[in-house]
Design a protein around this ligand. Sequence first.
Ligand code: 13P
Length: 252
Amino acid sequence: MSRKPLIAGNWKLNHLTGPAVETAAALKGMVAGVTGTEIVICPVFTVLDAVGTAIAGSNIALGGQNCYTKESGAFTGEISPQMLADVGCTWVIIGHSERRQYFGETDALLNEKAKFARASGLKVMFCIGETLEERNGGQMNAVLERQVSKGLEGLSDADFDGLAIAYEPVWAIGTGVVASPEQAQEAHAFVRGLVKKQFSAAIADAVRIQYGGSVKPDNAKELMGKPDVDGFLVGGAALKADSFAAIVKNAL
Ligand code: 13P
């Protein structure tokens, strides 16, 4: 099965309105001719509206970086999938390692978030990945297995129509130390195997697994050349239109 590449930019806690709109508008022009790759940018909540306007009518979709498990109510500081959709998002990132690490998000909470986001009509990029300590301690497979089995527990076949998995080894995020294409392939194949065991061969075959962690224009092609690497979730290099556009184009 050929899987449509999915390349997303996670802007994290960066870009006020001015630079956000400028970046999005520039990107729109740079990737205008790209077909066959799904492109998503995930800015901070406060600029979603402005960025959405800047990319209107383009081949770039809008995503949120997080959402809660309720539609509305007394949950100060949270945002719902319905609110993200209302401002034009079609995607949301769930379970980024920074959410797990700094905000204490557990597998159980992330499972609830993923289910609720899907039930609310958003597509989900569900992040997993081991720390350096876990990898060096021989725990990588066990960690990925736990994150997949608990994080995706109870998802339906229909949920998988709008769900991608992002493998982001924590040691490669923001460090400049990218996983080798072989390391990425090994982890992605392992994760696909987990999905096959937990769900079905058809779902495992169809689900897109993105790689994230120090993706740059000059390593994108080699990583994408691996059979189980179906796209990227890009941090730092997504903050500038030219480098993100170069990643999209180099991955073709
Ligand atoms: P970097 O590309 O900056 O390493 O970040 C990756 C990431 O965390 C994307 O979600």
